[in-house]
Design a protein around this ligand. Sequence first.
Ligand code: DAT
Length: 171
Amino acid sequence: MRRPNVLLTGTPGVGKTTLGKELASRAGMTYINVGDMAKEGELYEGFDEEYDCPILDEDRVIDELEDKMSEGGVIVDYHGCDFFPERWFHIVFVLRTENSFLYDRLESRGYKGKKLQDNIQCEIFQTLYEEAMLSYREEIVHQLPSNTPEDLERNLDQIMQWIEQWMKDNN
Ligand code: DAT
């Protein structure tokens, strides 16, 4: 049975992990958090002093994921999307959160000062939406509101329906 690969992207704190894990469990698919995977495998190529975080080794991430992605049925979660091979994904969702909600979520995650401001600005400038629109065919890129638990449920229902339809059409 062929299954699609789904990319969940967006600013940190918009709810990719929450949605991705629940979606994987409902759809029986594999959830991969690229940030966690990089941490576990130390897939880094340096340290960004300005942003106080390690720099992802994108080539090694791609090498590690290639076999799984070609099997299908993978949900990938990352706050970046321009370095993945375009052919990997059948659909791309960009989660969007209003500033006031995002601010509270990032603050309770311990973000402050420049890191907090930069992430809020990333959402205001819709950086990830533009990155996704430049990196994938526009028809497969969708924005989803991710402010409330009701949004989460609606997003889960919509993506589940899309996955089921894709499987009907492709098997
Ligand atoms: P991300 O993986 O994009 O960094 P997350 O899934 O860790 O985000 O979520 C950040 C916080 O926001 C976490 O405490 C759960 C909460 N959250 C996620 N989606 C939500 C939603 N639709 N409504 C309310 N809270 C949400």
